[in-house]
Every structure is written in structure tokens, then in C-alpha cells.
Write a protein that binds this ligand. Structure first.
Ligand code: NDP
Ligand code: 8X3
Length: 254
């Protein structure tokens, strides 16, 4: 592995992605930061560029051609990529399945499934070039393993992330590239604001008194996973706030 360590982060404009950029910058890694909101990427670049080299690119992960173009345009100093953090994602429509607009299901599948696949496919050659010590950290969710009302397609996309991560591990086993499904529980980011389409009160209500995970907690886990000795791979890591756990089965009585 080259001495120049480079992390490529999707969804670096907010939440886990932004905190992960800060965590890797503090350790001296070069950063490739992507997301749709260019002004937020530029603000983060301003903040971190005195510490480490930072390359930003506005990118909607749903657009496979745009993903390929961003990867093709990476400066030489940002190749090959050492760690890919597939973080961009969202939940929408926290209501029963029968009340959801089809477009919302499509948006979640296009982002959380197809977007993650687009970026992975585009960066696999570089990660394989890096070889031992390279990592793909896919951000799954507890919703990928545990069903709950209103999770419908969101949880299903995260189940995809888990199984895709395991299957990638099998195909990459001889390359040295590690793959992890990191599955957080409740974490206080802009996630609920996006899910409720801007309902600040609902977001605050959800996190109130829950001592939820913070973005920095997950960034620390990502950094830990990606900097383990090259012979160690965490296949899956599920992290919840101590105050969150499972509920009994749902029973509808007539
Ligand atoms: P935030 O809403 O704070 O951040 C989401 C990030 O994803 C933003 O940077 C956003 O950037 C980016 N994103 C969304 N859609 C796209 C797109 N089409 N193309 C590129 N980037 C996109 O939420 P979190 O930080 O909490 O979420 C990060 C990941 O963690 C998601 O995959 C989420 O499902 C997962 N997760 C979150 C949990 C939580 O409780 N918060 C728990 C478990 C998993 P922009 O809008 O600028 O494009
Ligand atoms: C987000 C966590 O519990 O809202 O993936 O599904 S949860």
C-alpha cells in the first residue's frame, strides 16, 4: 500500500460523512469528498485543507455516468483510493407501505442500492490496486436486520447492503480488499429531517432524551474498521445507542 492514504467518502455534506471526513483528516489522510451540495463540500474543504489535501466533487450517486466521470477525473495524488466509505443514503416516508408514493421507494432504491453499487463498481479497480489494507465500508443499518413499521423499502435497501457486502467479501478475498457492513442504530444527524421532509419538531422529538449516537461516534467506528491491521476484516458491525433495543413482536388484535 502506498504511503499516501486516500479516503473516498460519499455523502460528505452532512452527518456521518462529514464527521468521517474530519476524523480521517485528523489522522493525516487525503480526502475525496462527494455529495450533491457543492457549497457544503467547499465549506468542508476550506475547513480541512490546511491539514490535508482535499479534493471535492459534486456527485449524485444515482447517476452512474457521473460517478464514472468523477472517478476518471481524480487527480493523480488521489489515486489509488485506500478506503471507500459508501455512506450516501436516505430514508423517506416513515408511514405504512400502503400510504407511500412509489417515487419515494424508487428514490431509496436508486440511492441506497444502485448508488452504492455505482460507486463500488467504479472504484473497485483502484481498491484492488491498493490491495492489502484497502477497505470498503458500507453504511448499512439496524433496519437491514430488524423489521419495524414504516421501514418498508428503507430496511430492504439496507438488507441489500448487508448481503452485497458479504458477497463482495467472497469475490475479493484474494485481493486483500476488506468489506464491512457497518450497521448503526439511532443516530442524530439530518437523517430524520430528510425522512420527514424537513419536520424539525419531529426530528427533535425522536432524539429527545434518547442519548442517540452522534455522527462522530460512527466516524470513529469507520476509522477503526479501516485502520485495523490488514489481516483483520470486520464483516459486520452493529452499533446502537445504549438506550435503544428491540421491541416485542407486533400483534394486531381485532
Ligand atoms: P444525513 O442526512 O445527515 O446525511 C446523508 C448524506 O447522504 C448527505 O451528505 C447527503 O448529501 C447524502 N446523499 C443523499 N442522497 C444522495 C445522492 N443521491 N447522491 C449523493 N449523496 C447523497 O444522514 P446520515 O449521516 O445519518 O446518513 C448517512 C448514512 O447512514 C445513510 O446511508 C443512512 O441510511 C445511514 N444510517 C443512518 C442512521 C441514522 O440514524 N442517522 C442509522 C443507520 C444508518 P447531499 O444531500 O448533499 O447529496
Ligand atoms: C436508520 C436507523 O432505526 O431509523 O437507519 O432505521 S433506524
Amino acid at each position: 500500500m502506498s504511503a499516501n492514504k486516500v479516503v473516498f467518502i460519499t455523502g460528505a455534506t452532512s452527518g456521518f460523512g462529514r464527521a468521517t471526513a474530519r476524523r480521517f483528516a485528523a489522522a493525516g489522510w487525503s480526502l475525496v469528498l462527494t455529495g450533491r451540495r457543492l457549497e457544503r463540500l467547499q465549506a468542508l474543504q476550506q475547513e480541512l485543507q490546511d491539514l490535508v489535501p482535499v479534493h471535492v466533487a459534486a456527485l449524485d450517486v444515482r447517476d452512474a455516468d457521473a460517478v464514472a466521470a468523477v472517478v476518471a477525473a481524480l487527480p493523480a495524488s488521489m489515486r489509488p483510493i485506500t478506503v471507500l466509505v459508501n455512506n450516501a443514503g436516505l430514508a423517506l416516508a416513515p408511514v405504512p407501505a400502503q400510504e407511500v408514493e412509489l417515487a419515494d421507494w424508487h428514490t431509496m432504491i436508486d440511492t441506497n442500492v444502485k448508488g452504492l453499487v455505482n460507486v463500488t463498481h467504479a472504484l473497485l479497480p483502484q481498491l484492488i490496486d491498493t490491495g492489502a489494507g484497502a477497505s470498503i465500508v458500507n453504511i448499512g443499518s439496524v433496519a437491514g436486520s430488524w423489521p419495524y413499521p414504516g421501514s418498508h423499502v428503507y430496511g430492504a435497501t439496507k438488507a441489500f447492503v448487508k448481503q452485497f457486502s458479504y458477497n463482495l467479501r467472497c469475490d475479493l478475498v484474494a485481493t486483500g480488499v476488506r468489506v464491512t457492513d457497518l450497521a448503526p442504530g439511532m443516530a442524530e444527524t439530518e437523517f430524520t429531517l430528510v425522512r420527514t421532509r424537513g419536520d424539525q419538531a419531529a426530528s427533535e422529538q425522536l432524539y429527545r432524551g434518547a442519548n442517540a449516537l452522534q455522527a462522530e461516534d460512527i466516524a470513529e467506528q469507520i476509522f477503526y474498521i479501516a485502520t485495523l491491521p490488514p489481516h483483520m476484516c470486520i464483516n459486520r458491525l452493529e452499533v446502537m445507542p445504549t438506550q435503544q433495543a428491540w421491541s416485542p413482536f407486533l400483534v394486531h388484535r381485532k
